[in-house]
Design a protein around this ligand. Structure first.
Ligand code: SAH
Length: 609
């Protein structure tokens, strides 16, 4: 489940929030800016923040009055099956009120919170109070085949009817349901696709593992694997799996997951099958598969994978030209005495998920300039990789993650480490300041991928999430200096020779671009900026406007305007970006003494000069 967010409106709520967080690892504190401190995220717009969290399916625990939560979320209440848990907790911890998310575990969450606060949760769901369970909201590992019948079924039981259990599930057997083996109403637990009715609730336990192995994988980048994306890729494989389930008389809802070798992780057919069955995919390493094959010398890859996932017995195997698929069921799931029925396959401890690598840009500094996409990645990532200063920029969003800090210069090694971690099934965020694609980690990761194609990296899902680059932040602070054609040049000669840099400055100056200079100076590198000014002066007027922006979005931010003639290395440092205007860049002085710099959109001598 997505980690919960605890919403605070004032500092008085912090002690209660801290107690709640102690039983909800991964939960984050959201506090109203100005009224709270020491929180993970400070928000200003209560309504918008809450509605965004709700729409994303984030469980919400508001330390505030129920009415505030109800009025804020009311416009979004449309589908009770999809709504996340929402709980109101009194500021002094004396009341815990589950409000929404009855089908997504709100009562259990409320019980957990109430127990740490040492109070009784205000649970109002009658069935839950009487029988200790919610028929509509079975625990993980069970799917209810006929949810629309659950409500009236529960009403019948509350009205005095008893119920017969067919099959076994500990959560039902251990509940306070009025069980009577002669009852007319039945709850059946089965992997089989049986008929469900208003007097027969059917739960499918997730005990079936589908093992898949690609016998002739399409090479990565092969036209057919790219062209077919989104056009029914995997439809042949999906049909094969569905037919196999039908032949074995197993309900698709009993499938716990699709399981495969890490070497096949990039094959889009796997995701297509998993999506069709609405289940996750988990991967096994070659060694793990080989271990099963050595115990069972008739097993091939798909069989071994299915057996490894279920620790059970093979039900069926099918093959197409380039794909083999096997189905195994958790030990004892069918035709065993009731008391020995198996537990569902625990998807979280079986195999590994597909690794994810997100290369993200935090923007230049503070959280206001960080995109919601980046924040969402930071919330969900398991590992953060980056230069220590940049990791510092993510603030408390980085709490509870594994941090892998490194020196700023070890970019390739950092890229490799990030890929290796993702290949282990982790969700890795590589953190750059500004935009990750501008003089930063995204290119470094792709360089590593290009030069060193480790097979286990092939299945990693890669994503680049943009950020506001220093030149954009600088431009926004001072007006619109990048309003017409511009280019960016890094003055660092670590990765390219000075001769190339010199040539680029000359060409850009000749072409009358506005130029954004990154890495203008460092402790060891001062003369380059003086030399840059000399080159520019050959083509630009000494009065050309120059903007020096330092520590944008961070403590000590400054944005100053100079002329080209005055540009000197002492004015800049490693955290300065410099924008040198074109011949058209202008400065506006306002009555209050403030200054704006802009470059007009027209390149027309008559209108602008
Ligand atoms: N990926 C970053 C750039 C990294 S190169 C981005 O898109 O912004 C590092 C250089 O970026 C620094 O030497 C400086 O020129 C500039 N820079 C990065 N952060 C800055 C900030 N907060 N204020 C001013 N300049 C910054």
């Amino acid at each position: 489940m997505t980690p919960a967010v605890i919403v605070l409106l004032g500092a008085n709520s912090i002690p209660v929030a801290k107690k709640i967080i102690s039983v909800l690892p991964g939960a984050q504190l959201y506090g109203l800016a100005g009224r709270t401190s020491d929180v993970d995220v400070a928000f200003t717009e209560f309504g918008a923040t809450l509605r965004e969290l709700f729409a994303n399916g984030t469980p919400i625990i508001g330390i505030c009055a129920t009415g505030i939560l109800i009025r804020t979320l009311a416009p979004l209440l449309a589908n009770k099956r999809q709504e996340p848990p929402v709980i109101a907790v009194a500021e002094d911890g004396s009341a815990v009120v589950p409000l929404l998310g009855g089908l997504n575990g709100v009562n259990n969450l409320a019980r957990q919170i109430a127990s740490v606060l040492d109070v009784k949760p205000a649970i109002t769901t009658t069935g839950d109070i009487r029988f200790g369970i919610a028929l509509e909201d079975p625990p993980v590992g069970y799917r209810l085949a006929n949810p629309d019948d659950a409500k009236s079924f529960m009403s019948d039981l509350l009205a005095g009817h008893s119920v017969k259990l067919e099959g076994n599930a500990p959560w039902l057997r251990n509940s306070s349901l009025p069980i009577d083996q002669n009852a007319e109403r039945v709850i059946q637990i089965t992997e089989k696709p049986v008929v469900s009715t208003s007097t027969r609730l059917v739960y499918h336990p997730a005990t079936v593992a589908i093992g898949v192995s690609c016998t002739s994988p399409r090479p990565i980048g092969h036209p057919s694997s790219l062209a077919g994306r989104g056009r029914g890729w995997g439809s042949e494989e999906i049909a094969l799996v569905q037919q196999m389930l039908a032949d074995a008389e197993l309900a698709p809802a009993s499938v716990a997951g699709v399981f495969a070798s890490t070497l096949d992780a990039a094959n889009p057919a796997l995701q297509a099958i998993a999506d069709a069955l609405n289940v996750p995919i988990r991967f096994f390493t070659t060694d793990e598969i080989a271990a099963v094959m050595s115990q069972n010398n008739t097993a091939d890859g798909a069989v071994a994978i299915a057996l490894a996932a279920s620790s059970g017995r093979l039900v069926m195997q099918r093959q197409s030209s380039d794909f083999s698929c096997a189905m195994a069921i958790a030990q004892g799931a069918v035709a065993k005495p009731i008391a020995l029925a198996p537990l569902p396959i625990d998807i979280n401890s079986t195999g590994k998920p597909r690794g994810r690598l997100a290369i993200i840009g935090t923007g230049p500094g503070g959280g206001d300039w960080m995109s919601p996409e980046v924040k969402e990645i930071l919330r969900n990532a398991t590992d953060l990789v980056g230069y220590s200063t940049y990791l510092g920029l993510v603030g408390s969003l980085g709490n509870g993650k594994r941090w892998h800090e490194s020196d700023n210069r070890e970019e390739l090694a950092r890229g490799q480490m990030a890929l290796d971690l993702a290949a282990e099934g982790r969700f890795v965020a590589v953190v750059s300041s500004g935009d990750p694609g501008i003089y930063a980690m995204a290119a470094a990761v792709f360089e590593v991928l290009d030069q060193e194609a480790k097979p286990e990296w092939q299945g990693i899902e890669i994503q680049v999430a943009p950020g506001i680059s220093a030149m954009q932040a600088a431009a926004a602070k001072i007006g619109a200096p990048l309003g017409h054609d511009f280019c960016a040049i890094s003055l660092s000669d670590i990765l390219k020779p000075w001769s190339i840099i010199e040539q680029r400055i000359t060409a850009a100056a000749q072409a009358d671009f506005v130029i954004a200079f990154y890495n203008p100076v460092s402790k060891q590198r001062l003369w380059q900026l003086a030399e840059t000014r000399n080159i520019l002066l050959r083509y630009r007027h000494p009065d050309t406007t120059v903007v020096l922006a330092r520590n944008l979005g961070r403590d000590g931010e400054s944005v100053e305007v100079y002329t080209l003639e005055d540009l000197a290395p002492e004015l800049a440092d490693m955290r300065t970006v410099i924008l040198v205007g074109s011949s058209k860049t202008r400065m506006i002085q306002r009555c209050d003494g403030s200054v704006w710099v802009y470059t007009p959109r027209r390149y027309d001598e008559d209108k602008t000069s």
